[in-house]
Design a protein. Structure first.
Length: 203
């Protein structure tokens, strides 16, 4: 028996690509992101029967919750908040612009070698990988033969995909996980298979 996971990155907010938001509070979807969330909901509702979906879980950050809420509503499911799929803790980098980060040697080291670097006062990408993979294993044991939707964050989803692809964490920049994208994989006792990667619902 396998469990099908739909790994959904939250929709766009107005600071994507300019600010490293990390776990900043009150980062919410703008009009573009709200439209993306509605299209995600339509896409998943068209693909999944309500009885197929065992649970929908979201990161506790506002942008993930605002993305997950229309998905849960469209599938007639209760939304569960899971701290273990929240964004990477970027420590002192949280809230900094990418322009400023580009001048920080530690930021350059982080992007050269995620396997050996840690944000100042933050967590490593490997620690984030352990969090999300651990949740997926728990859910797999509970929901064999069904589907699970996880609404999380770009690098956290990349970490999960790299684990299931058998690739090192330093290969994070070889795959894209765009805002409001869906990556689909099946996981069983025999291993795992990625079915779709970075599938964006609509324009």
């Amino acid at each position: 028996m396998t469990t099908t996971f739909f790994l959904v990155r939250h929709a766009a907010h107005d600071r994507v690509g300019t600010i490293l938001c990390g776990r900043m509070p009150n980062v919410k979807l703008g009009p573009v992101g709200k439209g993306q969330a509605e299209r995600l909901a339509e896409c998943l509702a068209g693909r999944l029967a309500r009885d197929d979906v065992a649970c929908i879980c979201a990161s506790p950050l506002e942008r993930a919750l605002e993305t997950a809420q229309p998905v849960a509503a469209s599938l007639g499911q209760r939304l569960h908040v899971r701290d273990a799929i929240t964004e990477i803790d970027y420590g002192r980098w949280t809230g900094m612009s990418f322009d400023a980060l580009g001048q920080d040697p530690l930021w350059l080291s982080w992007n050269r070698s995620r396997s050996t670097s840690r944000p100042p006062d933050g967590e490593t990408m490997l620690e984030a990988q352990a969090r999300i993979v651990g949740v997926m294993e728990q859910l797999r044991s509970l929901h064999a033969g069904r589907a699970v939707v996880l609404v999380s964050h770009g690098d956290v989803i990349k970490a999960a995909l790299l684990y299931h692809l058998g690739m090192p964490i330093d290969a994070y920049d070889r795959i894209d996980v765009e805002p409001a994208s869906i990556s689909t994989l099946v996981v069983g006792d025999w291993g795992s298979k990625v079915l779709r990667l970075n599938e964006v619902a609509g324009p």
